[in-house]
Each structure stands twice: as structure tokens, then as C-alpha cells.
Design a protein around this ligand. Structure first.
Ligand code: EPU
Length: 420
């Protein structure tokens, strides 16, 4: 297994480009199953999770054509199977996103039940119950969700008990080809849900209300092909900005969207960063100063994203003062804390809150990544450590950050990959 070797103590400086959003690209690739026409998806990030989704398409009998810029053309008319096997679902939970499109377009789908993962139990009961309300016959047997429907799904009025991102996406995709109107209440408002809705509209779907908590979908008889460009990755953007703030640096991130990062930019300002924004760029300057600790609470969009709390924990480790970070979305997303304490941080966990007392600098150590965002936070911890840190199990980071060591090197970091 590859490792990352980091020599800390460098302030990040320079400019980088942000990739397409993983959590938009995954549902958009699944949405291509809703039409027999060719859909061209551009600005796909170069990530393991994207490769896994393309592999899943291959298992269904669909052969995506990928060009050298990683734009992909998908024509699903060659589909032969309707089954997402456990081998793929276990490496990527987002495989569940093919359930809605397969069921709606072909009347059948079998998707392995995703298990729990490093950040919590993560059930998919709300995906299942919503599709049942739309007339699907669904059983869970031998670890598989087996779904079928005679004729078309029927529009329904669905109230989501909890805000679920992929749950909202699955139901929205299924509803595009259902008979009649579907209303999703307590829908996820995440920008990735809006990006998927915009792609579906470009394919001929009738959707309104995306970005709000009530989404209305009027089913249509069929969807058609289109060319769609995936939006920039807000979590990748935020991760580099936090890394720059923690290292007292000055960076500019380009090809991004400041308008969907307000909660994060406001926390960075509280940490002492000067932030400038343009239409598609963000510049952060710490003027060489040590960051101030910030407190935050995660919640669904537009509140502070769960996918960025671990990175702020790393910043708080070396900040002036104390900060508390409360996680309300997932039950177990503090695995990085023990590793940071091994690096000399002063963090204690009380229920779903971590309390961080900032220290002057961390001490490098061998640490182990447990999930994608925890891995990113350990890299930031390595960047603000005296001497050397090795981050093990970085396959997690390759799932969600494109060329992370190259981008960090470009910003001056002393980081390199050690192949296994
Ligand atoms: N939940 C249920 N039942 C369900 C669905 C969700 O109880 O049927 C619970 C979950 O256990 C969790 C909460 O609802 O406690 C919210 O989970 P959600 O369904 O919104 O998460 P998700 O759709 O599985 C997506 C992202 C995650 C991101 C979360 C929250 C994708 C592919 N994944 O997951 O991204 O953390 O939304 O914003 O879009 C990541 O990129 O590192 C990542 C984990």
C-alpha cells in the first residue's frame, strides 16, 4: 500500500486548479442509465471512486468511452445486467445510486446492501421506503436489495425523515421517468443535488425546487442525451484553503465556486484569514500569522459540511486558543483524533464533540488514514508538524482527491508518495 511522506513546516504558497466534484460526478454518471441516448460528462475528476463507478457501468454491460481529458461518453443502450455486485459496492457506497435509475428505466435492479463504514452505520432505509412509496416491490435478501416494478413507477409525495444526499438523488432520478408528479419534502439542498438536477433537466427531465427543501418532479416518457460539465469540488477547495490557513500560507484556488462555500469561508475568516473572491476563484492570505481556533457544528447544507470538520480539527490543533467541533450528521467521524493526539495534539472527545486546545506545533509520526476526509486532515496535520510524518493507507485519499501530492508540491509542500 502506498504511503505519503510529509516534511512539515512549510507555508503553502501559490495557485492550483480545482477538479470536478466527486459527489456530483457519481450521481451524474448513474443518471446516464436513464436514457438510451449518449450522454457526455465533462470535467470528471481523476479519482478511484470515478473509476469504480465506470467499472460498475461495465458490469451492467455499458461501455463508457473515455478521452484523454477524462471526459466520458456513455450510451447505456447496450445494458445487459441490472446488478451492482458486492465487490464494487463494498469499495464504494455511492454504487447505491444506480438503484433509482435502473428501477425506473428497466423495472428491475439488484444492488448489494452497503454495509457500515468507518464513519458510521449509514443505512439506506430511506432510499428503499421512498421507492416503495412509488410502487416498487423491494426485498432485502442475502445482503442484496432486490427491487422491481410492473410498468412504471408512480409519482408520490415523499417526506424524508432525515436529510439524505444520495437518498434525495436516488428518488429524484427515479421520479424523472415515473408516471405523474413526485414531491420530495425535507430534500437535501446540497449543491451536488442541484448539479444532478441541472444535468437531468438538460436530459429533458421536468424538475423544479432543487436547492430548496421541496423538490417537484413531473415524470416524462423518456429522457435524451446531452453534454454536461460537472461543477467544481467544494470539499477539495475547502481542504486546500484550510491547509493554507493552518500553515500560515497564501494561496489562490482557481476553477472553483465561492458561492457554495460560504459557511467554510466564514470560518476561515474567523480563523484570521483574509479572503478575496472572484467569480471562479478564492484567494486566502494568513499574512504569516498563526490561525485562531474556531468552533463549528456540522449539519446539512447550507450549514457547515461534515466533509470538512476533520480538516478544521487539524487547523485547531495548531491554532491560538481552543475550539469545539460538533458532528451531527454521522455518528462516528472522529477516527483522526487519536492519530492527531499521537502527533502531540491536545484533543478530547465528549460525545459527538471534540474539544481542541491549540499547541504551537505538532510532532511528526507514522499515522494511519481511516476514511477519505480523515486522511486529508492527517495530511494537514503532517504539514504543520515539526519533522516527518508518514500517512499510511492512502488509498482512501486517492478515492476523493485528484493528484493531492502534486497539487501540494505545487504549493511548496514537501510531500512525496512512497509506492508499496
Ligand atoms: N441516513 C439514514 N438512512 C438513509 C440514508 C441516510 O439513516 O436511508 C443517515 C446517515 O446514516 C447519516 C445521515 O442520514 O447519518 C446523512 O447521510 P446521507 O445519506 O446524506 O449521506 P450519503 O448520501 O451517504 C453523501 C456524501 C458524503 C457526505 C454526506 C453528507 C456522496 C457520494 N456522499 O453521503 O460524502 O458526507 O452525503 O453530506 O454524495 C465524502 O465525500 O467523503 C462523503 C462521505
Amino acid at each position: 500500500m502506498d504511503k505519503l511522506l510529509i516534511q512539515g513546516g512549510v507555508s503553502l504558497k501559490g495557485e492550483i486548479r480545482i477538479a470536478g466534484a466527486k459527489n456530483s460526478a457519481l450521481p451524474i454518471l448513474a443518471a446516464t442509465l436513464l436514457t438510451h441516448d449518449t450522454v457526455k460528462v465533462c470535467n470528471l475528476p481523476h479519482l478511484y471512486d470515478i473509476t469504480t463507478m465506470i467499472e460498475l457501468m461495465g458490469c451492467l454491460g455499458v461501455e463508457p468511452i473515455i478521452d484523454e481529458k477524462l471526459n466520458v461518453e456513455i450510451n447505456s443502450s447496450s445494458i445487459k445486467h441490472f446488478n451492482a455486485p458486492y465487490e464494487l459496492v463494498k469499495t464504494m457506497r455511492a454504487s447505491i445510486l444506480v438503484l433509482g435509475p435502473l428501477l425506473s428505466r428497466y423495472g428491475q435492479a439488484e444492488v448489494a446492501l452497503p454495509g457500515g463504514c468507518a464513519i458510521g452505520s449509514r443505512p439506506v432505509n430511506l432510499h428503499i421506503s421512498a421507492l416503495q412509496m412509488m410502487g416498487a416491490d423491494i426485498t432485502v435478501e442475502n445482503g442484496y436489495i432486490k427491487a422491481s416494478v410492473k410498468g412504471r413507477l408512480k409519482g408520490a409525495h415523499i417526506f424524508m425523515d432525515l436529510v439524505t444526499v444520495t437518498g434525495t438523488e436516488n428518488v429524484m432520478m427515479a421520479a424523472t421517468l415515473a408516471e405523474g408528479q413526485t414531491i420530495i419534502e425535507n430534500a437535501a439542498r446540497e449543491p451536488e443535488v442541484v448539479d444532478l438536477a441541472d444535468c437531468l433537466v438538460a436530459m429533458g427531465a421536468d424538475i423544479s425546487g432543487q436547492g430548496g427543501d421541496t423538490i417537484v418532479i413531473n415524470g416524462v416518457d423518456e429522457l435524451h442525451g446531452c453534454t454536461y460539465t460537472v461543477m467544481p469540488d467544494r470539499i477539495e477547495t475547502g481542504t486546500y484553503l484550510i491547509a493554507a490557513a493552518a500553515t500560515r500560507g497564501h494561496i489562490k484556488v482557481k476553477d472553483t465556486r465561492p458561492d457554495i462555500l460560504e459557511s467554510v469561508l466564514s470560518k476561515l475568516e474567523q480563523a484570521g484569514a483574509e479572503i478575496k473572491i472572484g467569480e471562479n476563484w478564492i484567494e486566502l492570505d494568513m499574512h504569516g500569522q498563526r490561525p485562531r481556533a474556531v468552533s463549528l457544528r456540522t449539519a446539512p447544507y447550507p450549514a457547515f459540511p461534515t466533509d470538512m470538520q476533520a480538516q478544521f480539527t487539524a487547523l485547531n490543533c495548531v491554532a491560538k486558543g481552543s475550539g469545539t467541533i460538533t458532528e451531527t450528521v454521522f455518528e462516528n467521524r472522529f477516527m483522526h483524533v487519536h492519530e492527531m493526539n499521537r502527533m502531540g495534539a491536545s484533543i478530547r472527545v465528549e460525545g459527538n464533540t471534540v474539544i481542541v486546545d491549540g499547541v504551537e506545533a505538532l510532532k511528526g509520526a507514522p499515522v494511519m488514514a481511516t476514511d477519505l476526509r480523515a486522511s486529508a486532515s492527517l495530511i494537514i496535520a503532517g504539514l504543520v508538524s515539526e519533522n516527518e510524518t508518514t500517512v499510511d493507507r492512502i488509498y482512501h485519499i486517492d478515492r476523493g482527491y485528484e493528484c493531492i501530492e502534486e497539487k501540494l508540491q505545487h504549493l511548496g509542500a514537501k510531500i512525496r508518495r512512497i509506492p508499496s
